[in-house]
Design a protein around this ligand. Sequence first.
Ligand code: ATP
Ligand code: MG
Length: 265
Amino acid sequence: MNIGIDAGGTLTKIVLDAPSGRVFYKRNSEEYRKLIEELNRDYPDANYFVTGGKSALFAAELTGNVKTLEEFDATFTGLKRILKEADINIDRFVYLNVGTGTSIHVAEDDAQKRIGGSGVGGGTFIGLSQLLVGESDFDTLVRLSAEGNRDHVDLKVKHIYGDEEPPIPGDLTASNFAYVLNDTSNITDADKVQAVAGLIAETVMTIGLTIGATRDMKNIVLIGSTLTNNDVMHEISHRYGQMLGANTYIVEQGEFSGALGAIYV
Ligand code: ATP
Ligand code: MG
């Protein structure tokens, strides 16, 4: 059996690639010892393909046959497979891996190039929300954000232009969180968390769109566990991309690109 492991800053993604089909699951990276014990017990002779910032922890302690792979190539290999299997046929695109932080890449001529990174990512979603509303559980925050309205928090272009016709869509955010300076009376915790989701989604989309504009690429692909079942962030990203003329793809199980790709690099 081949097992791919992407040990990230927050979550470890595991893909069991069995002939009967693939099994995908995730664990908190802090609990790596327990996971290694389980894998050594259940699959002592497996072929392990490990990648990600914390891969060395696994490479040292797994008893099977272990190979360590570079994270960016593994992720690109996995992403290509996932896109193909989802029948998404694009070959030139910008992709952003919105993990704990965000990694920015361009795909072209069947190769990827890492353009850079941003500290605005899934860790920001949790950390900033913890500061603002005292909650850091990801699923709870995702649920809470869906009940909010970030119009109470964010300043839009139309707020600045008033009765004048703006040269860009009035619904675009002019300044995340700046509406707070006009009126704080109606802001709920849900509004705040939705605004945090907006800040992250719009920031990473802006990075993607800006990189894309310099290369005439209209396809933006978002992966990473920050997007997992995160309807609010999906919606904001799609809407933002649409307003600015991009095609936004958020692929199902895209967060497993690294773990899957490690097996096939
Ligand atoms: P990096 O690639 O930056 O090293 P990573 O690979 O651990 O980090 P991902 O797994 O892609 O990153 O995404 C981590 C983010 O996913 C978290 O910051 C959080 O916003 C979100 N997330 C989704 N599910 C969970 C969960 N069960 N527990 C914690 N965070 C979660
Ligand atoms: Mg990662």
